[in-house]
Design a protein. Structure first.
Length: 402
């Protein structure tokens, strides 16, 4: 009987097949490809934030908050044996640098983006986020561009500007009861349009008198003409749709004309910089936010946690953006933990979408991403800012206006 054996050609084919199998095991097939930013021992997150320049305080604060959430997890052993770390790129609040920073982070390998600049910088990053389907938590600044359209890999923290100003107009109408009509002065951009919409929605729904909205150029410093016009209309309350410098700019003119009326402002009205600039005009005012004041009793546990885990310089940079950075990163880490050892971007996105009552430790309302905007912490708290005493006093709990 003839012996059964392998021909030379069949032997070569067999060796090639074995080689391909070995390579697949070493490198991974497409189905087994390694998740960016995840190894057997480590999880890498990323952030693109303004860490230098005049607009660095949100980035420094947000970065410190994210690092605190990471340190808290690592102190408990990490996530299923993996240590978490974060890479940060400084965009200086320049859109082109934000784009370049995210490209670099993507090349370095990150599981998710937990810190994003606001405004144009976020807009510059969205094409990269979309192309690479990077799980992203937008927590530094509320942006409709992030969730319109809704993306299955982009999540956001924060109340709409419409809700912030609706809440304040409602509070003023119930507590201050001004006799004159309500007015709004806002930037002539998309942000200003949202402020105006919130005020007019409240005016219409509550049946309040009002005067036509007033717009100003972004970066404007002199508001004398606008406030004179509003005084001539006998206004009783004013909503200010500015960011930081606009609050003291408007208060200066109100004080000059002795118009002691209630005014409503965005969450940036309650930060230290705005309060310091407003102090010379001796006028308290309202603001709304979706996190508690950083110096409040409600944030005492957060400040103690920071003393335990952060260095002296990072503790000095703590501000309200630290709270949003902390909460956004905590949500991402909780979703990653729910994936177990089989951590992938798809699993992370799926578990973020399932979060419906993540405990915020009283820093905001419980986090719930199960809505149609993938957005948590949409409930609003009204505060009174007293710049003369440098205090921010919570006046309400977190209330939904949806």
């Amino acid at each position: 009987m003839a012996a059964v054996g392998l021909t030379r050609s069949s032997m070569e084919e067999k060796m090639k097949a074995l080689t391909y199998v070995a390579l697949a095991l070493c490198l991974g097939t497409p189905a087994m490809a390694q998740t960016p930013g995840v190894t057997d021992t480590e999880i890498v997150l990323g952030a693109v934030l303004p860490m230098s320049g005049p607009a660095s305080f949100p980035g420094l604060g947000a970065s410190a908050g994210s690092r605190l959430a990471i340190a808290e997890y690592n102190a408990k052993g990490g996530i299923h044996g993996r240590t978490v770390r974060m890479l940060v790129e400084d965009d200086g609040y320049v859109p082109s640098r934000a784009y370049q920073g995210l490209v670099k982070l993507a090349d370095d390998g990150i599981l998710a983006l937990v810190g994003t600049s606001g405004g144009g910088s976020l807009g510059a990053m969205l094409p990269v986020i979309d192309e690479k389907k990077i799980p992203t938590m937008v927590s530094t600044s509320v942006s409709n561009a992030a969730v319109e359209p809704v993306r299955p890999y982009v999540f956001m923290l924060g109340a709409d500007y419409e809700d912030m100003f609706f809440a304040q107009i409602k509070y003023i109408s119930e507590n201050d009861k001004p006799e004159g009509p309500y007015a709004v002065i806002a930037q002539d951009d998309d942000y200003g349009a949202h402020v105006e919409a919130g005020v007019m929605m409240a005016v219409e729904k509550l049946g309040l008198p009002s005067v036509p909205p007033v717009r100003f150029k972004r970066g404007q410093k002199d508001f004398s003409a606008e406030i004179l016009r509003l005084r001539s209309q006998g206004i009783g309350a004013l909503a200010v749709g500015g960011v930081i410098a606009e609050t003291p700019g408007v208060l200066k003119e109100l004080a000059k004309l002795r118009m002691n009326i209630p005014t409503a402002h965005a969450h940036t009205g309650a930060i230290d910089m705005t309060a310091r600039l407003s102090a010379p005009y001796n006028m308290a005012y309202y603001a709304a936010d979706y996190v508690v004041p950083i110096a409040s009793e409600a944030a005492a546990g957060f400040r103690e946690l920071a003393r335990q885990h952060l260095g002296e310089e990072e503790q000095k940079s703590l501000n309200r953006f630290s709270l949003t950075g902390y909460l956004g990163t905590k949500a991402v880490l909780a979703a990653a933990e729910a994936c177990g050892r089989e951590l992938t971007r798809d699993c992370l996105n799926d578990n973020l979408k399932k979060i419906d009552a993540l405990d915020s430790g009283g820093l905001s309302s419980p986090l719930d991403f199960t809505n149609d905007r993938n957005t948590a912490a949409r409930e609003v708290q009204i505060v009174r800012v007293n710049p003369m005493e440098n205090t921010v006093e919570p006046l309400t709990g977190f209330v939904s206006y949806r």
